[in-house]
Design a protein around this ligand. Structure first.
Ligand code: FEO
Length: 406
């Protein structure tokens, strides 16, 4: 079997085929741990004109072309539509364009600029506007600008007759699977990976997403299929992912705290456990994430819709543990607005700068601190009681915040 025969398209409908690539190997997506790999979804639309929606990451070009060739001669593609210029969807776009020589390439106005800034090509890319339609002969595509979901160039393409939304990164997840439809995959896995994707990629743009969902509702577009650029295609389970997005986009705090910490000689670890017991004793859910064993992207996922963040680090060379600096820098960028209260703790030997530095991190994230606890070298019973007390204070502060927003 040659490479060109190795891969087949998957039928979404009589007029739409999935022609993307499955990346079983990728484990790092600019800092996000993709422990289940991913897919780069591209779609072929068969009107009287043939359109390719998005491309795939550069090394997967042959897989894309092979899947297209299982349906039609790739040279018959008339239009290439770039919904999103990030390299996982555009990496081989112009190589494919060179090969299939379409009549036209389309992108949003910002997409035209982004593609130029990435590839520095003379190939003409036509800018399309919000609401503009493209006649595919028997099928009509409508373009919807979705700026900052999650890049300035991002847009959706809606295929009217099929009631199908090509939503690029939105409603996607990093999940390599042979199954192409959400209906074939367990809900628990879908929910976990969709939440991880939202928490790690889309969370900073939650206000934009909230407005977009409202706009979509007002437009009243019938939606039978949502085809994102990563993970499974949503059919019957489409309302489920839309409902999740409505909730996540609100970024409302819930009665949950996350305790994120690292430890040097287990002192800060024992303190973390005592803080967590205090939180739990005050009827607040709590999740402990020692960053020695939890990836920064799992910390971000745990923080999605959590109300409290408690952070701990021993003092190391006048600073905090590098693992904590990593996790906090990443989390800060993701702007989880549900985190409204928190606290800090940590052990130290002689100087003890970590607490001040951790307090500063909470401040930069806009999180009010309910208190702090420090221990000299190894915490004794009194300090551990203080840690439990800190947990109780954080839970009470969160409860007060939740009451205020009800
Ligand atoms: Fe899947 Fe923003 O690229």
């Amino acid at each position: 079997m040659t490479n060109s025969q190795a891969f087949s398209a998957v039928r979404i409908s009589d007029k739409v085929y999935w022609v993307g690539a499955i990346d079983w190997n990728v484990r790092n997506f600019h800092g996000y741990q993709t422990q289940r790999g991913t897919t780069y979804n591209a779609f072929l639309v068969l009107g009287q004109k043939v359109a390719l929606l998005d491309a795939v990451k550069a090394p997967f070009k042959q897989e894309l072309l092979s899947r297209i060739a299982s349906v039609i001669d790739p040279g018959k593609i008339d239009y290439v539509i770039s919904n999103h210029a990030e390299l996982d969807h555009s990496g081989c776009l112009f190589d494919v364009v060179d090969e299939v020589k379409p009549e036209k390439v389309f992108a949003s106005a910002m997409g035209v600029k982004a593609l130029q800034a990435h590839f520095h090509r003379s190939t003409e890319v036509t800018a399309v506007k919000e609401g503009e339609t493209l006649d595919l002969g028997g099928l009509t595509a409508t373009f919807l600008e979705t700026r900052m979901l999650h890049w300035p160039d991002s847009m959706f393409t809606y295929l009217n007759e099929e009631k199908l939304l090509f939503s690029q990164d939105a409603f996607g997840m990093h999940l390599a699977s042979v199954e192409r439809f959400a209906e074939q995959i367990d809900d628990a896995l879908l929910d976990a990976e969709a939440a991880k994707y939202y928490a790690n990629i889309l969370a900073p743009f939650s206000p934009v997403i909230g407005k977009l969902l409202t706009r979509m509702e007002k437009l009243g577009l019938p939606l039978e299929t949502i085809a994102p650029d990563h993970g499974p295609v949503w059919g019957r389970k489409g309302p489920r992912i839309l409902e999740h997005y409505r909730r996540w986009a609100q970024q409302k705090p819930t009665n949950k705290a996350v305790v994120v910490y690292d430890t040097m000689w287990n002192s800060t670890d024992v303190m973390a456990r005592a803080v967590a017991e205090g939180i739990s004793s005050a009827d607040c859910r709590v999740e402990l994430l020692p960053v020695g064993g939890n990836h920064r992207s799992d910390v971000a996922t745990a923080a999605l819709n959590a109300g409290a963040l408690v952070i701990g680090s021993p003092t190391l060379n006048g600073g905090i543990m590098p693992t904590m600096a990593d996790a906090l820098s990443y989390l800060k960028g993701l702007k989880h607005r549900s985190l409204v209260t928190g606290g800090v703790f940590g052990s130290y030997g002689w100087s003890g700068e970590s607490l001040k530095l951790l307090e500063a991190q909470l401040g930069e994230m806009g999180i009010e601190s309910a208190g702090s606890v420090k221990a000299t070298f190894v915490p004794g019973p009194e300090v551990l009681a203080e840690c439990r007390g800190l947990g109780v204070k954080v839970a009470e502060a969160l409860r007060a915040k939740l009451k205020a927003v009800q």
